[in-house]
Structure formats: structure tokens, C-alpha cells
Design a protein around this ligand. Structure first.
Ligand SMILES: [Zn+2]
Length: 243
């Protein structure tokens, strides 16, 4: 998920594992050319690793690549998206809290990003990670008074629908059309193989992006650094950033 340099040749790696959840380990010598840990400790790599438990930190001693996700590292838009999902996991997930569902979600999202379905992959990831963390947005009834809501939902950054009479208390609100509301239900209910056949409209993707952005920022206490990188890329025409 993330690496940072330590000393002259080592790396500290933050990984998400299926067995132990998020862990931080040191990879000795991983920045030396021809070191056997150089390739397996590249960010976004899916692999099998051998770790030794240490007093303060584990040591990563060996690794074997299952899928390198090289295509993501070769493309700035895909890389920015992958950085964003890793930052989100890092911000919300505590160390050593294993969750196979989260592992599968990260892995499936990276694969979708790799195929080039970037925006939809990010929206699916945001909704499903919030669901897994117990922060599933509530759209059926008003989150303030429990009353009924219109088909065109007013979404508050506190995480769900608000009714006409409560909307001033929850301002600002984001309006979600009927189609986007249906899309949200599908994302929350469907498994990954069914989701990959969906091709949502750009209007739905935009509505979803702004309401999830407001919701996630409300839940987090600090701004996400990868967003700035993504926005910078969006400010340039494609031809300037692909090479
Ligand atoms: Zn209400």
C-alpha cells in the first residue's frame, strides 16, 4: 500500500494481508539494485510474503509476485486512483485487523482500475469500504427524523438521506437522482462479478463522487493527500499526462 525509505538501502512497507490485515514491516536492502526484495516491495504488488516477527516491527525476508500491477504504475491516472484507495484503507483501517472481505475488495478494485474502468472502480470501492467499516450510507429513511424521503434523495455528508423538513439542519446536501440511488443499492448488494458488467452513466458517477467525497471527508479528520494529485492530473489534457 505504501513504502517509505529507511536509512541508506531499506524500506518500511505498509501492506494489507489476508491473514493479518494491515501490517508495517521493514524490508532490509530493498532499495539496492538486484536486491531480491526490490520488485516484490513495489507499491500495489500482490504477492506472497515471508515475514519474521520482531520486537517493534516485523521483517520482510522473502516475497513472490502473484500479480505485479505494473500497468497501474505505468499510467498516471491509474496510479493516482490506486494511491487513493490505499490512502483510504490506511486512514480507516487499524493495524492487525484481518478482514478477508477488505483484502478481496482492494484486490478486485486494483484489477478494475488496471482494466481502465477507473472512476467506477473508485466509487464502488468507496461505497463498499464504508459498508465493511459499518458506515453504510442510509437511503431509505431520513437520518435525522426517520421520516420518509423522496425518490430523488437529498444526501447529507453525515451519511444518508434527509427529508425536506430536516434538510436545513443537514446542509449542505447533495441531490441524488433515482438512477444513482438504484446504482448505490446495486453496488452495496451485488458481488464483484455482477458489478463488473454495469456501465453507469457519467451523471450517476458524478453524483456519487460528490456525495461520497463529502461523506468520507466528514468521517476523516484530515484531508487526503492523493486527491490533490488526482485533481492535478484532471487539470491537464490527456496527451500531456500519458507519456
Ligand atoms: Zn427528517
Amino acid at each position: 500500500m505504501r513504502t517509505r525509505n529507511l536509512g541508506e538501502a531499506d524500506k518500511i512497507v505498509t501492506m494489507y494481508t489476508s491473514a493479518r490485515g494491515k501490517i508495517v514491516a521493514v524490508a532490509r536492502g530493498a532499495r539496492r539494485t538486484r536486491n531480491r526484495l526490490l520488485g516484490v516491495t513495489q507499491v500495489f504488488t500482490h504477492g506472497r510474503y515471508l515475514m519474521f516477527e520482531g520486537k517493534s516491527m516485523d521483517t520482510l525476508s522473502q516475497g513472490e509476485i502473484i500479480h505485479s500491477f505494473q500497468e497501474i504504475r505505468d499510467d498516471l491516472e491509474k496510479m493516482a486512483a490506486a494511491m487513493y484507495i490505499c490512502e483510504l484503507v490506511d486512514a480507516f483501517v487499524e493495524v492487525e485487523e484481518a478482514n478477508q472481505e477488505t483484502f478481496d475488495l482492494i484486490s478486485n478494485t486494483l484489477r478494475m482500475i488496471e482494466t481502465g474502468v477507473v472512476k467506477f472502480a473508485l466509487r464502488v470501492f468507496e461505497l463498499k469500504i464504508m459498508q465493511q467499516l459499518g458506515y453504510e450510507p442510509q437511503l431509505q429513511t431520513c437520518t435525522h427524523c426517520g421520516g420518509s424521503v423522496a425518490e430523488q434523495v437529498m444526501f447529507s455528508r453525515e451519511g444518508g438521506a434527509v427529508c425536506e423538513s430536516c434538510k436545513h439542519k443537514a446542509a449542505p446536501v447533495h441531490v441524488i437522482s433515482k438512477g444513482t440511488r438504484a446504482l448505490i443499492s446495486r453496488i452495496l448488494e451485488w458481488d464483484w462479478s455482477r458489478l463488473t458488467i454495469l456501465r453507469p452513466s457519467s451523471q450517476s458517477l458524478e453524483e456519487l463522487e460528490s456525495c461520497m467525497r463529502a461523506y468520507i471527508d466528514y468521517r476523516l479528520d484530515k484531508p487526503m493527500r492523493s486527491l490533490e494529485f488526482m485533481h492535478t492530473l484532471n487539470d491537464f489534457p490527456d496527451s500531456e499526462v500519458t507519456s
